[in-house]
Design a protein around this ligand. Structure first.
Ligand code: PEP
Ligand code: MN
Length: 252
């Protein structure tokens, strides 16, 4: 699966079955299986939606009747490790936790004591250097995550100059791939914070020979409970896939 250009699509936060169903249908139509299903959300403001938590699992179980989806979900706390480890195909460690060393160690150790073997997606902290990022990946590896199960994800550096407030660093992503030998994907949604610029970054990612993208998409983007400004509509993603010759070709 990961030997091809990988697409991970899905909402910023899992909200409901009705929200996720059309995204799952779109994924099935294009032969994509990795779906973002964030249950636990790291939110800046305490009053913001924090995710459905473990209860969101019933939605995923219902959707599994529709196809062989591989869930991608973020881990915020060691407390949720057992639960997430048994349910997801890819465990995301977000930008804010890239240097949560106890979490990195715990995720690694879990591989030694479990039959499951999900991918681990390590996002770069938005102020982290390439050395810090690579060192965090080494924490995972040293503590038990097989190297072929670790993926890096570049999601941009916080800045105060560009209108988007973030700089997606493709040169850093290429350098990280070269230095670590790990697969590196790009998150154009958090990396541009913009609906308009996310899809052109998919083309750039592909042209540079990087390994895939993670995109936020929502059936009603303006009403997304989180990151509405960067949520792509289903139609825009569908049009992009239809028009771009390098896009996914759909189920065989
Ligand atoms: C996310 O992908 O849901 C997310 C919170 O991104 P980041 O950790 O890059 O901010
Ligand atoms: Mn988001």
């Amino acid at each position: 699966m990961l030997d091809q250009f990988t697409y991970i699509i899905g909402p910023c936060s899992l909200e409901s079955y009705q929200q996720m169903l059309p995204i799952a249908d779109l994924a099935s139509h294009w032969g994509l299986t990795f779906l973002r299903a964030p249950l636990f959300k790291p939110r800046t403001h305490p009053d913001s939606f924090q995710g459905l938590g473990q209860s969101g699992l019933t939605i995923l179980k219902e959707l599994e009747k529709k196809g062989p989806f591989q869930w991608v979900s973020e881990i915020l706390s060691i407390e949720h490790l057992d639960f997430l480890f048994s349910e997801v195909a890819m465990l995301q460690i977000g930008a804010r936790n890239m240097q949560n060393f106890e979490l990195l160690k715990a995720v690694g150790l879990k591989f030694k004591n479990s039959a499951q073997s999900p991918y681990v997606l390590l996002k770069r902290g938005f102020g982290s250097t390439i050395e810090e990022w690579a060192a965090s990946a080494l924490y995972l590896e040293r503590h038990g995550v097989p190297k072929e199960k670790i993926l890096l994800c570049e999601r941009g550096t916080r800045n105060f100059a560009s209108p988007t407030g973030v700089t997606l660093d493709f040169a850093l992503a290429l350098e990280a791939k070269k230095r670590t030998g790990l697969k590196v994907i790009i998150d154009p949604s958090h990396g541009t914070r913009s609906r308009e610029w996310a899809l052109p970054m998919v083309k750039a990612t592909h042209a540079l020979g990087l390994d895939g993208v993670m995109l936020e998409v929502h059936p009603d983007p303006d009403h997304s409970v989180s990151d509405a400004h960067q949520a792509l509509s289903l139609e825009s993603l569908e049009n992009f896939f239809s028009e771009w010759p390098h896009g996914p070709r759909g189920p065989l």
